[in-house]
Design a protein around this ligand. Structure first.
Ligand code: ATP
Length: 337
């Protein structure tokens, strides 16, 4: 559906994206994930037709779209700040693109009502001025305004980042459901790794304008292809050389001594696993505990590493700081770069 082929984007002397190659399938929820300034918004705006690449081609639906004006690409875009027209009603905002296209009044009203129902805006809300709506409702208006033109591709640039944490989590699910219902190919930009993991079919992780890995959320999280991906996505323990040495001596023969080693917090167990297991026991001392409700995070000092472990609520009696603890680590869970 979408293909970036050797795309370079520069701003004067500065090359924001040196050589982008990506393929996005029809109906996919595809996320561009990365820290601020890594080029994800630039990639999205280039796809939207707001920026022309200095080299390479963009294909939409198998056809070259590189120099096609934005309105000919069948893309709908939702911006981080929604970019709504503040003096217009909700209905007028949603109908804006239809009016530009000179759609007949009766048909416009029908299309607006249809899309409003889909994004769960009431007729009462349609009559209000956009400035009277909450952030979450304004975000729906922005999505409705993009979708009412029935684009084949929906582009979303950090659409949830201006909302409070609880609403963000609710809207994640609603947005994902709406996308699935409509089956619309969606390209989503975010720096929030949790958002990317929960919503996406596939994720491209950007770093300094370069895609470090493309994969499903599970692949990105469990089989991070690079050190950057593994540390950017989710919390990680970095293991000391001494810990790696201990693991190697006690059965972890697959581990390399010279590489940098990481281990996810939930891969560290504070209790001897039952049944046949490859887990290796290390001795340590509890350095601290933080309570998070659903789980606690323990920090255990062991062989020169401060290793954090997640213990679900109710997963055993609390260990006091200063007391001895045992860690159980399966060497096959260790990621090395
Ligand atoms: P953020 O999440 O902060 O928006 P981003 O990953 O989306 O970050 P971009 O906005 O794509 O990053 O920016 C990538 C690089 O290109 C940055 O170094 C930025 O300073 C530069 N850049 C972006 N737009 C322009 C512009 N119009 N003129 C000059 N440089 C730009």
């Amino acid at each position: 559906m979408i293909r970036f082929e050797n795309v370079e984007v520069s701003f004067g002397e500065k090359i924001a994206i040196p050589d982008l190659n990506l393929e996005i399938e029809q109906g996919e929820f595809f996320t561009l994930l990365g820290p601020s300034g890594c080029g994800k918004t630039t990639a999205l705006r280039t796809l939207a037709g707001f920026i022309e690449p200095s080299r390479g081609e963009i294909y939409i639906d198998g056809k070259v779209a590189t120099r096609l004006p934005s309105e000919k690409r069948s893309v709908g875009m939702v911006f981080q700040n929604y970019a709504l027209f503040p003096s217009m009603s909700v209905r007028e905002n949603i109908a804006f693109g239809l009016r530009v296209r000179k759609t007949r009044k009766a048909e416009t009203a029908l299309l607006v009502d249809e899309i409003a129902a889909q994004v769960e805006l009431t007729s009462e809300q349609l009559a209000k001025n956009v400035s009277e709506l909450s952030g979450g409702q304004q975000q729906r208006v922005a999505i409705a305004r993009a979708l009412v033109l029935k684009p084949r591709i929906l582009l979303l640039d950090e659409p949830l980042s201006n909302l409070d944490a609880k609403l963000r989590v609710q809207l994640r699910e609603q947005l994902k459901n709406l996308q699935r219902e409509l089956g619309i190919t969606t390209v989503y930009v975010t720096h929030d790794q949790e958002e990317a993991l929960t919503m996406s079919d596939r994720i491209a992780v950007f770093n300094h304008g370069v895609v470090e890995q493309v994969g499903t959320p599970e692949e990105i999280y469990n089989r991070s292809g690079t050190e950057f991906v593994c540390t950017f996505v989710g919390a990680m323990n970095r293991l000391s050389g001494d810990v790696v040495h201990q693991l190697r001596q006690r059965g972890g023969t697959g581990l390399a001594a010279a590489k940098t080693s990481y281990l996810r917090l939930e891969k560290v167990s504070l209790h001897a696993p039952t049944g046949a297991t490859a887990a290796i026991r290390l001795d340590g001392v509890v350095a601290g505990r933080s309570y998070h409700g659903s789980h606690s995070t323990y920090t255990i000092d062991s062989h020169g590493s401060s290793i954090r472990a997640l213990v679900p609520e109710g997963g055993g009696c609390p260990l006091e700081p200063g007391s001895a603890a045992q860690l159980y680590i399966d060497p096959s869970s260790v990621l090395q770069y």
